[in-house]
Design a protein around this ligand. Structure first.
Ligand code: SME
Length: 171
């Protein structure tokens, strides 16, 4: 046994997306453990995602507090000015409101996009949920156009589901 004592039952069976994706899920599941505090867990997850996938230029996790998404952890070359995003704004607000992953292959063509970094070309935002409640979201910016594949999306939705279970337990 490692990480969560009931490691095999706390999380869903990870789909076989690909070896690198599955290795990253395994590594993160050791750390996404209710015995650890959210600041440490979320910090590890953004760092591990950023270092495992070179096309992930900036990785953040926002937590939903009432009607506002607050930046809880991030890894990337620059800080963002968008540390508190109202639910009505941006791709981040849209994903939390609709409870659906939003992929933007070309941010310059999406009027809903809230600009953070001049180098960003594409973005994915994946809601973190458990039992229908939104706890936050994973937001990734890429300096590569159309950087996020269907496998990236599937993988990030597994990570978001793992984090949803964790944040539900942590309250
Ligand atoms: N681009 C986001 C804002 C957050 S930054 O990417 C870090 C949006 O449109 O909501």
């Amino acid at each position: 046994m490692r990480g969560v004592g009931n490691y095999s039952t706390f999380f869903s069976k990870a789909p076989q997306i690909g070896p690198r994706y599955n290795a990253t899920i395994e590594a993160m599941r050791v750390v996404i453990d209710p015995k650890r505090v959210p600041a440490a867990v979320l910090d590890f997850v953004v760092g591990h995602l950023k270092s495992s996938f070179p096309q992930f230029s900036w990785v953040g996790i926002y937590r939903l507090d009432g009607e506002t998404l607050n930046l809880a952890a991030w890894k990337g070359p620059h800080a963002t000015e968008h540390v508190a995003i109202p639910l009505g704004q941006g791709i981040c607000g849209l994903a939390a409101r609709t409870r659906e992953t939003v992929v933007v292959p070309d941010v310059s063509k999406d009027p809903r996009y809230l600009a953070c970094f001049p180098s960003t070309k594409s973005e994915i935002v994946v809601p973190i949920m458990a039992d229908g409640t939104v706890f936050g979201e994973i937001d990734i910016d890429s300096d590569t156009p159309d950087a996020f594949s269907a496998h990236d999306r599937q993988f990030l939705e597994v990570v978001a589901e793992d984090l949803g279970r964790y944040l539900k337990v942590k309250g």
